[in-house]
Design a protein around this ligand. Structure first.
Ligand code: ZN
Length: 338
């Protein structure tokens, strides 16, 4: 018996080792989980003037080519199906891929779903409870809407100095600066700055629009096999919340989703998903709420059996990537970064 065999034997004998050995058997040929991360699927030139085009991950044509490629070369599954694999109730024939879409935009139903159906594959959509079926913009889209539609030429804020917003180029640069700034500040401070910007830019509130999925759309997709995961109630930076608010944003959103979908959601997606937005307290709260899987915004694939199922890496999809780059990134994520 070699030292390595002996070490493996000892590992198998321990509690962690048993799980690890079982995972090693299951994933011996499919030893990684690839999780592409999308937000919106839409044409750039058909952009509504209230949604930030930077959230578009792929055009319909790009998404179709990507889904076609994944369906042909990988085993596209959901987190619930991954759970069955881990419990030994399901076998994988090829390397698993889980297609994820964050936030729950309406184009996931209008554009992404028909493509997913065409190629017979599922996806997981992380929905933000307070926005379902509402005429309500996420704060980053609201900034885009205000900057895009204002007649004001300069925006002066204590936090950023004066930003020129006369031309399209200036509007785009200013919007990106404000969004970067607002990702860094406390939730309460963000609301104050948003109110201040809204007051200065003086644009009527948008009306007669719906940017996010409604229940009718969610139920239709769920019936087909699209999986829905938690993405909090209001999309806050979780690390800034008190324990009580944290429990509400994570636990309550799971409970509400379970009640509405009549099935237990097994996956969660951390808002913003990296850096200061996730820490051990947040991961512990997600575990305590009963989620089995949670995705970050950190780049990478998940190598089994060593990966942390509550801090899963993903591969961000960008409309700047052509099909070759997309495929290479799926194959060689360590090499093809951003
Ligand atoms: Zn999000």
């Amino acid at each position: 018996m070699t030292k390595r065999d002996l070490a493996a034997g000892i590992l198998c004998y321990s509690g962690m080792g048993l799980l690890q050995c079982r995972l090693e058997r299951i994933f011996s040929r499919n030893h990684k989980i690839i999780i592409p991360a999308y937000h919106r699927i839409a044409e750039h030139n058909a952009e509504a003037d209230y949604l930030d085009p930077e959230l578009i991950s792929a055009t319909p044509e790009q998404f179709e080519n990507q889904v076609k490629y994944l369906a042909k070369n990988y085993e596209v599954i959901t987190f619930a199906q991954l759970s069955e694999v881990l419990e030994g109730k399901r076998e994988l024939k090829r390397t698993p891929v889980i297609i994820t879409l964050d936030d729950g935009y309406k184009d996931n139903f209008d554009i992404a779903w028909p493509i997913l159906k065409k190629y017979g594959v599922p996806a997981t959509i992380f929905i933000t409870w307070d926005y379902i079926g509402q005429q309500k913009l996420f704060w980053w889209d609201y900034i885009y809407y205000l900057v895009q539609n204002t007649k004001v030429k300069n925006l002066k804020l204590a936090e950023s100095g004066t930003l020129a917003i006369a031309t399209n180029q200036e509007k785009s640069e200013a919007k990106n600066k404000i969004i970067a700034l607002l990702k860094e500040v406390k939730n309460q401070h963000r609301i104050k700055i948003l109110n201040k910007i809204s007051e200065i830019l003086n644009v009527p509130e948008p009306s007669d629009f719906r940017a996010t999925l409604n229940w009718n759309e969610i139920h239709q997709m769920a019936e087909y096999g699209i999986e829905f995961g938690g993405h909090t109630l209001s999309h806050p930076i979780l690390t800034e919340l008190t324990d009580e608010d944290l429990q509400r944003e994570i636990g309550k959103s799971k409970e509400l989703l379970e009640g509405a979908l009549k099935t237990e959601p097994v996956s969660f997606c951390y808002p913003v998903g990296q850096g200061h937005a996730v820490d051990r307290r947040i991961v512990a709260a997600v575990r305590q709420a009963g989620f089995k899987f949670a995705t970050t915004a950190c780049h990478g694939v998940n190598n089994l059996p060593s990966c942390d199922f509550l801090s899963l890496y993903r591969l961000r999809v960008s409309p700047q990537d052509n099909q070759i780059v997309f495929q290479e990134r799926i194959h060689f994520p360590q090499v093809i970064t951003y």
